[in-house]
Design a protein around this ligand. Structure first.
Ligand code: AKG
Length: 263
C-alpha cells in the first residue's frame, strides 16, 4: 500500500501529513481500554513530569494493544512506501502520550521542539542526539478544537533547518535544550484536529509540539519513532540531506528541488 502521490507532495512541502481513518475502531478501543485500565490502578504523581516527557503507562509500551496499531495496520505499509520496504527498523514500542486538561486561561504559549535532544526530563544525555527518521502519531481521541492537546507542527521547518545546518553545521543539535530552535524565521504553527484512528506522519526534522489542552477531556495518542536501518551511521548527514533515508520520497524531492535551484 502506497501513500498517494498528492500526500507525498504535501509531506515534501510541509514535512507532515494527516492520514484519516488509518486504524480500525476496534484497535483504537483496545488501546484506550488498556490505557484506562492502567490508569485505574493509579498514576504516581511524583512521576508525572517523566510520564509527560517520555510515556505514560510504561508497562504497556510494548504491549500488542499498542504496537499492533503500527505493525498490524496499513500504517506500516504506508510508512514503508516512503522510507522503503525493509528499510525501517522493527517497531517494538510506542509512546503513550496523554495530555491532561490544564486550568490555565489563556492557554500557555506553544513551544516547538525537535525530538531526541537533551532536556532535563526526557532521558537524553547532554551532548547526545537520539534522532530518528519518521514520527508516526496515532490519534486515540477526538480533537475538534484548538488548544485541546492537538499535535502542532511548524510547516516547512524540515527544509528551513536543513538549509540552516548546511550553512552553519550541525553542532546545534548536540548542545542546548530541546526547546531551543535553530535561529530561522519560524512560520505560523498549524494545530491539527483528529478523529480516533487517524494517523499523522511527521518528518523527524519538523518543529512540533502538543498544544496545551484546555478542553474538558484528556487527549490520548500513541507515537512511534521509526528509524531507517542505516540511521545510526548517518545521524548527522540526515540533518543536511533530509531525504537521504526516504527511498519513496526521493523522486518527488528531486523534481521539486529543480525549480528551487533554478530560481
Ligand atoms: O503529544 C503530542 O501530540 C506531541 C508529542 C510530541 O511532541 C512528541 O512526541 O515529540
Amino acid at each position: 500500500m502506497n501513500l498517494p502521490h498528492a500526500q507525498k507532495v504535501e509531506f515534501y512541502e510541509k514535512g507532515y501529513v494527516h492520514i484519516p481513518g488509518a486504524v480500525p475502531a476496534v484497535m483504537v478501543d483496545a488501546a484506550v481500554k488498556a490505557i484506562n485500565h492502567s490508569f485505574g490502578n493509579g498514576i504516581d504523581p511524583a512521576r508525572m513530569i517523566n510520564f509527560q516527557a517520555r510515556s505514560f503507562c510504561p508497562e504497556l509500551r510494548q504491549a500488542p494493544e499498542i504496537t499492533d496499531l503500527y505493525n498490524r495496520t496499513p500504517v506500516k505499509a504506508l510508512a514503508e512506501s516512503m522510507i522503503g520496504a525493509g528499510k525501517v527498523n522493527p517497531v517494538t514500542a510506542g509512546q503513550i502520550a496523554v495530555r491532561f486538561p490544564l486550568l490555565d486561561d489563556p492557554p500557555p504559549a506553544l513551544r516547538p521542539h525537535l525530538d531526541g535532544r537533551y532536556s532535563p526530563d526526557n532521558g537524553v544525555p547532554q551532548g547526545d542526539l537520539l534522532s530518528f527518521t519518521l514520527l508516526v502519531g496515532i490519534a486515540l481521541s477526538e480533537v475538534t478544537t484548538d488548544y485541546a492537546g492537538n499535535l502542532v507542527a511548524w510547516p516547512g521547518t524540515h527544509r528551513l533547518f536543513e538549509q540552516y545546518f548546511r550553512e552553519n553545521g550541525t553542532d546545534f543539535m548536540k548542545r542546548g535544550d530541546a526547546d531551543e530552535m535553530p535561529p530561522v524565521e519560524m512560520p505560523q504553527p498549524q494545530m491539527m484536529t483528529a478523529r480516533p484512528g487517524d494517523a499523522f506522519f511527521v518528518h523527524y526534522q519538523v518543529a512540533h509540539t502538543a498544544a496545551p489542552n484546555v478542553s474538558p477531556h484528556p487527549r490520548y495518542a500513541i507515537y512511534f519513532r521509526l528509524s531507517h536501518v542505516d540511521h545510526k551511521t548517518q545521524l548527522f548527514e540526515t540533518l543536511t540531506d533530509i531525504w537521504l533515508e526516504w527511498e519513496g520520497m526521493r523522486e518527488i524531492a528531486a523534481q521539486r528541488r529543480v525549480p528551487e535551484r533554478a530560481s
